[in-house]
Design a protein around this ligand. Structure first.
Ligand code: ZN
Ligand code: ZN
Length: 178
């Protein structure tokens, strides 16, 4: 059995545990508004593991959600499933025993800092990984016909008759290269 949790974890107890200790969680969180460029259609769900390492906590997991993104050909928004794979090292910003501040490593991302209250927040790393997980050239369907270059009609819905030769699949695939 897993506790169902959100993307913020209090890791004080895990930081006091020996290296190799772990916690496993079933995550389910509303990520509406996580990024201005994404419209979220469903919760973020999946399994997460927090592992105590010598430097901090390694978070691994595979998470799923559904977002709405615009098709690059017809510009219509469509639902796209996204899988976010996480493998992120988080480091404490204060010593768990003494409370003394720990300066960040040069290579350390601000998003990968555990805060002074021992809260580990996955929101920013999830946002970054979600953006990377989305297709660079999303298509609502593999054979999306796109928009008429003359009148702008959505050719999936109507045929406007402006350029009958554009419906030639060989020209269409040439067109996609441009
Ligand atoms: Zn489309
Ligand atoms: Zn047209």
């Amino acid at each position: 059995m897993f506790d169902v949790v959100t993307m913020r974890f209090n890791v004080a107890q895990l930081l006091r545990s020996p290296v190799g200790s772990e916690r496993r969680y079933e995550l389910a969180d509303d990520i509406t508004g996580i990024d201005d460029s994404i419209t979220v259609l469903g919760p973020l769900t999946g399994k997460i593991r927090l592992l105590r390492t010598s430097d901090g906590i390694l978070v691994t997991g595979r998470l799923h959600t559904v977002v709405s993104i615009p098709c690059r050909r017809c510009l219509e928004a469509f639902a796209q499933a996204a899988e976010v794979s996480l493998e992120e090292q988080f480091c404490p910003s204060i010593d768990i025993y003494t409370g003394v501040g720990i300066p960040p490593e040069d290579t350390e991302e601000a998003a990968n800092r555990i805060d002074g209250h021992h809260l580990l927040d996955l929101t920013e790393v999830v946002r970054q990984n979600l953006l990377l997980a989305l297709p660079m050239s999303p298509l609502c369907k593999p054979d999306c016909l796109g928009l008429c270059p003359v009148c702008g009609a959505n050719l999936n819905i109507e045929s406007c008759g402006c350029h009958p030769e554009m419906s030639d699949p060989r020209l269409e695939s040439l067109h996609q290269l441009l």
